[in-house]
Design a protein. Structure first.
Length: 307
């Protein structure tokens, strides 16, 4: 495993598919306001996040690269084939975590090592104060690591802020895991081992897969991207391992998600990624701005079907 910093064009293609995000995380948060070309370029992917990615990729046995002048980021899979490239316009960190998971899952289970405990800067409730300060969203690392766990693996994260609303709050994960079991058949649990010192301490474990039990759900827009992300991770694991002659993991049945209409770019981004990877995904949300405005005004239910 290696971590390359520099221009993508300076890397050597070794015959393995590289999954690339150009202009990662170029969403409204970073596009807002005037762009002053005379000012120094402000990176959107920060060094602490790159350090965590390096840890995860090292455990997974894959190489990745990052260009700090453009925020291009890429992961080298272990499946042979052409590169796959996605534009990072209207995407967030979730697409980076998804691409990392896809790359790690392209490595045969026996060639990967068990996840190590991740320790990040602690954040106590006393630190929040009247201003409502937030620490690092440790639940984002749960989202990053859970789809790469093998049956029996556990991932531990210590520190951070489990209530940071950049991620699903820790106490809402039980409900999410129930949906994942029902729809995708992946079986996760999470234990809260936070002690009297108040330092967040969580352990997520993958158990034996089960048969999906439902094929249609109604949920909120924030849960949609979690389910679609999981479906992509499983689909790509099957696809890439099959190319190398390994036995894949049981794929989920096709399923339909119904949710209220929303402008939220997160579901749109993961749907784009799924289609890029060759999945068939039908979505009733219009693609152009004018039709989307009309759709939102009419309040039509959004229906997403993944095959």
């Amino acid at each position: 495993m290696s971590f390359f910093r520099g221009l993508f064009n300076e890397t050597v293609f070794r015959g393995f598919t590289r999954i690339i995000i150009r202009r990662a995380k170029l969403n409204l948060k970073y596009r807002r306001g005037k762009w002053d070309q005379k000012k120094k370029y402000r990176r959107r992917v920060k060094d602490p996040d790159l350090e965590v990615l390096q840890t995860f990729c090292s455990e997974g046995g894959i190489s990745f690269g990052y260009d700090g002048t453009t925020d291009d980021i890429w992961f080298e899979t272990r499946a042979k084939g052409n590169d796959i490239e996605m534009d990072g316009w209207d995407t967030g960190g979730q697409i980076i975590r998804l691409f990392m998971a896809v790359a790690i899952n392209s490595v045969e289970d026996s060639r990967r090592i068990a996840p190590a405990t991740l320790q990040i800067t602690p954040f106590l409730e006393a630190d929040r104060g009247a201003a409502g300060r937030k620490g690092k969203a440790c639940m984002l690392y749960v989202q990053a690591r859970m789809w790469t766990l093998r049956v029996g693996d556990s991932f531990t994260v210590i520190g951070g802020d489990p209530l940071n609303d950049d991620a699903l709050a820790f106490h809402e994960h039980d409900a999410l895991f129930i949906l994942i079991r029902q729809v995708l058949g992946r079986n996760f649990t999470m234990r809260n081992l936070t002690g009297e010192d108040g330092v967040a301490h969580f352990v997520v474990t993958r158990h034996d897969d089960i048969a999906p039990s439902i094929s249609e759900i109604a949920t909120d827009a924030h849960t949609v991207d979690q389910l679609v992300m999981g479906a992509i991770a499983i689909f790509q694991q099957n696809t890439m391992l099959a190319k190398e002659g390994y036995n894949g993991h049981s794929p989920p049945s096709s399923f339909t998600i119904r949710c209220p209409p929303s402008r939220d770019y997160h579901p749109d981004a993961v749907i784009r990624a799924g289609r890029l990877f060759g999945m068939r995904i039908e979505d009733t949300k219009p693609l152009n701005r004018e039709e989307t405005d009309k759709w939102l005004k009419e309040g039509k239910e959004r229906t997403i079907t993944i095959f």
